[in-house]
Design a protein around this ligand. Structure first.
Ligand code: PLP
Length: 399
């Protein structure tokens, strides 16, 4: 009998991938499935980015690079952060990682251990709770509520800080809700954190460029008094539709740079060299593909929100960012895992139960609208038909 470390039993998993594999199994049996489960843009990366990566390989960039990334890429990230948020970071603080997700694991490994507490959003990206628990620290959830448009309440977050709290994770725009934290609330949180100088902040800003209805993105690095304890996570996966390239970055406070380097050197050594050259082209080249992608997401968002709100039993806010909607399913009388299974098996629509993103996600469903308008319209027809079948709505339930 193999004896595994106890921590292995504390790792969670990404339900979107589980839904995907169930959906693929149904497709293999000939069923038609519309995929609104997985969270990745359905566009190709910009052509000039692909060219830059191919050229890098032909030019001989096939070896290891410095662990934190090639300098021109780290400089390009620093310049991009200045352009977008008017924050000045030194290229040495930028660590290029194989996907933004790595920054979550590194930050939790740095602060988490038995006896420590780490605060995270709930419902939230599954990795937060999983990685915190893996380190042995106690995951302390703070709720994101529909009545707050899935933003946090700064006072509620601050009230959960104890002498054992070492790290606070925030995510705006958010997965799975699409919620965007308004600047006034972020200001309140930042001001309140001044009273807790030992609490570091991991700000996951991976959806920072996917915003609608004039919503504003607030970069946590903009709060000068927190600069020595904010870790920024961003990357190329969502903005440039490069999820499979595995290219992301963290910006670390000065004291943590050698620690982050140590983790990278022990883990992945460095990121694929060609992908890094593609990353420079993405940041320095034309940005029209980003604007076109966001405009297309916006059209789909309008369609899916309106369509869901026409279905009895469902109620959906228009999210301010990312590419997910998170409808309230309370009026259907179904639990969120039940509705996930029902939609997949009976309607051929892959979506992810809200409960997969934490206890406060129960009563909701996540649909990703990274799919064509035609498919979204067909999915809406299927969901409506499936939920309208006799007996599926709880007697008397309304949205
Ligand atoms: N953070 C959030 C909130 C995400 O939704 C994702 C991916 O789904 C990531 C981080 C990780 O992105 P990457 O693919 O760059 O690792």
């Amino acid at each position: 009998m193999l004896e595994l470390a106890e921590r292995m039993s504390r790792l969670g998993t990404d339900s979107a991938f589980e839904v995907l594999s169930k959906a693929k199994a149904l497709e293999a049996k000939g069923r038609s499935i519309i995929h609104l489960g997985i969270g990745q843009p359905d566009f190709p990366p910009p052509g000039h980015v692909i060219e830059a990566a191919c050229k890098a390989m032909r030019d001989g960039h096939n070896g290891y690079t410095p662990s934190a990334g090639i300098l021109p890429l780290r400089e390009a990230v620093a310049a991009d952060l200045y352009r977008r948020h008017k924050v000045t970071v030194s290229p040495e603080a930028v660590q290029v990682t194989p996907g933004g997700k790595v920054v979550i694991l590194f930050a939790t490994l740095m602060f988490g251990e038995p006896g420590a507490e780490i605060l995270y959003p709930n419902p939230g990206f599954f990795t937060y709770e999983s990685a915190i628990a893996f380190t042995g620290a106690k995951p302390v959830a703070y709720p994101l509520r529909e009545e707050n448009r899935f933003s946090f309440d700064a006072e509620d977050v601050l009230a959960r800080i104890t002498p054992r709290t070492r790290l606070l994770i925030i995510n705006s725009p958010a997965n799975p809700t699409g919620g965007v934290v308004p600047k006034a609330e972020m200001d309140k949180l930042a001001a309140g954190l001044a009273k807790f100088p030992k609490v570091a902040v991991l700000s996951d800003e991976i959806y920072s460029r996917i915003l609608y209805d004039g919503c504003e993105h607030v970069c946590m690095l903009g709060y000068e008094h927190l600069r020595d304890r904010v870790i920024l996570l961003d990357g190329w996966s969502k903005t440039y539709a490069m999820t499979g390239w595995r290219l992301g970055y963290g910006v670390w406070p000065k004291a943590l740079i050698p620690k982050a380097d140590g983790l990278a050197i022990n883990c992945h050594s460095c990121v694929n060299a060609a992908a890094q050259y593609g990353g420079i082209a993405a940041l320095e080249g034309p940005q029209d593909s980003v604007a076109a992608m966001v405009a297309e997401f916006d059209r789909r968002r309008t369609t899916i929100v309106a369509g869901i709100n026409r279905i009895p039993g469902l109620r959906c806010l228009a999210p301010g960012g990312a590419f997910y909607v998170f409808p309230n399913i309370g009026g259907t009388g179904l639990g969120s895992r039940e509705i996930e299974a029902k939609l997949l098996n009976e309607a051929g629509v892959a979506a992810v139960s809200g409960a997969s993103f934490g206890a406060f996600g129960e009563g909701y469903l996540r649909l990703s609208y990274a799919n064509s308008l035609d498919n979204i319209e067909e999915a809406l027809r299927r969901i409506a038909a499936c939920l309208e079948t006799k007996g599926s709505l709880a007697a008397g339930a309304t949205a």
